[in-house]
Design a protein around this ligand. Sequence first.
Ligand SMILES: Nc1ncnc2c1ncn2[C@@H]1O[C@H](COP(=O)(O)OP(=O)(O)O)[C@@H](O)[C@H]1O
Ligand SMILES: [Mg+2]
Length: 236
Amino acid sequence: MTLIVVRDLTKEYDGRKLRALDRVSLDVASGEWLALMGPSGSGKTTLLNLIAGLDTPTSGTVVVDGAPVHALDEAERARFRRDTVGVVFQHFHLIPYLTAVENVMLAQYFHSLADEAEAADALVRVGLGDRLHHRPPELSGGEQQRVAIARALINQPKLVVADEPTGNLDADNEAVVLETFQKLHAQGHTILLVTHDPRVGALADRRISLDHGRIMSAGLEMDFDNARWKRGERQS
Ligand SMILES: Nc1ncnc2c1ncn2[C@@H]1O[C@H](COP(=O)(O)OP(=O)(O)O)[C@@H](O)[C@H]1O
Ligand SMILES: [Mg+2]
């Protein structure tokens, strides 16, 4: 089954002549882990935000789980995000004076289902059962990001989007966070993960690469002989 259908998606930010995203088309299967790659400024965050209903396109369509995200008004987009999407950012965006379990409960509150046992259970699932009552400043970067992941998962979203989720972490913390994404993938979540790190991208089922707002048709392929990533052909 296809979860995400993107067609000719284009984004021009106000006052900018260049298209941040230029007629991008893309299908993502339900349960697939797709890595969005490409250099800084290539449009990765823009594409992610449009798919997650965090921003609206200039033209083109994006349908997620049957919802025409591009055509929703602001209230409908908020509902779409609440029901369908879990978002993980590079900077964890936790409330510093709330404990781990309270941070997750705050997200539940927005879904009108605050339940401490369930919030604690979400933290146990990301391996933080012994950190429930710690506040973000008392947690490592990887632990903070796992709190953010537990928070993103609280509404059982069909789609998890993550924008450079390990961009702020050292190698050890990166490894635990990536393990968490591998677990989510094994549980059947559809994952859209932005990264410019080929080692992170290699964990995904598939990689696509953006360049100046356009998709490279063949994506990135590992050139094992030279231990580097090769560019695919550019779409016409
Ligand atoms: N809010 C914005 N206003 C104006 N230009 C923006 C905005 N966000 C991104 N851009 C521009 O759009 C292009 C793509 O940005 P972005 O999607 O953030 O790229 P990436 O995530 O790949 O680094 C860049 O040229 C960037 O400067
Ligand atoms: Mg970005």
